[in-house]
Ligand binder design. Structure first.
Ligand code: PGA
Length: 268
């Protein structure tokens, strides 16, 4: 695992955008795995700005979002489809037909939808680069604690903590979903590269467990320790409970000289 600690949330977005742009320049037909939530908004703003400068195109890119609520229509402004349209898809040159969100309309069987989503990912050759946030309980996607580390795209019941964390986004009296369809942990681990972003003190504890704790279904993000090419980009607040942060900084200094010497290099 590569752990990069930068000063603040803006720097997290700048650093993540740089990684993604470098990747997309090398592989314009990239298959991106995308995340919603507060954390990636600044990243999407940055990618849109780079696109507006004419330095990036999504024309040949394909995207798969991690998750979607069950019980609200894609056109509902609270849906993750709407989130993606607002923050990225409508602002860049990506064809809507190449953007995928695991939507489960009323009356459809979520198991069938989940299997079909997996097949669509396989059919395009798998995800090249997966963007992740992390829940304060350690979830990735909506793989809540105790999710099987071998799980695939399926329905999950959100924990009360996740419902409470997301409550700020819903008006009082507005329907707030308690179920979601999410890529599984095994689905995520099949992505060839993973970039996990976290900012703020409220993520410090789950980041410590994910990076320095044991691999455990109690902290789904800890499964990323089993993934060869994962980079975690943190601001100082999110990194504040890490015991080995001096070592991660030292590794990154060495990393720069290794990149100079050998070209692409990853601290796996
Ligand atoms: P957040 O959510 O970016 O809004 O903190 C992250 C997540 O729950 O995965």
């Amino acid at each position: 695992m590569e752990v990069v600690i930068v000063k603040n949330p803006d720097d997290v977005a700048v650093h993540a955008a740089k990684r993604i742009v470098e990747f997309m320049i090398k592989k314009p037909d990239v298959v991106l795995g995308l995340a919603t939530g507060n954390t990636p908004i600044a990243l999407y703003e940055r990618l849109v700005a780079i696109y507006n400068e004419g330095k990036l195109s999504f024309q040949d890119a394909t995207t798969f979002n991690l998750d979607e609520y069950i019980g609200i229509e894609p056109s509902n402004p609270q849906s993750y489809r709407s989130f993606m349209n607002t923050h990225l898809f409508e602002k860049v040159d990506i064809a809507q037909s190449r953007t995928h969100v695991p939507e489960c309309p009323p009356g459809e069987n979520p198991r069938v939808i989940g299997d079909a989503y997996e097949q669509k990912i396989t059919a395009v050759g798998g995800i090249d680069l997966q963007i992740l946030g992390i829940g304060s309980n350690g979830h990735i996607g909506f793989n809540e604690p105790y999710s099987s580390l071998a799980s695939r795209t399926r329905v999950k019941t959100l924990t009360q903590q996740t419902v409470a964390d997301n409550n700020r986004l819903f008006a009082s009296g507005e329907f707030q979903p308690q179920l979601a369809i999410t890529m599984g942990i095994a689905t995520i681990l099949e992505a060839r590269h993973i970039l996990l972003l976290a900012t703020g003190k409220q993520k410090a504890s789950c980041i410590r467990k994910a990076i320095e704790g044991p691999v455990s279904a109690m902290c789904p993000a800890s499964a990323l320790q089993m993934h060869r090419y994962t980079t975690v980009i943190l601001d100082e607040d999110a990194a504040s409970e890490l015991k080995e942060s001096d070592y991660y900084r030292w590794v990154n200094l060495k990393h720069e000289s290794l990149v100079d010497e050998y070209g692409y290099f990853h601290n796996d």
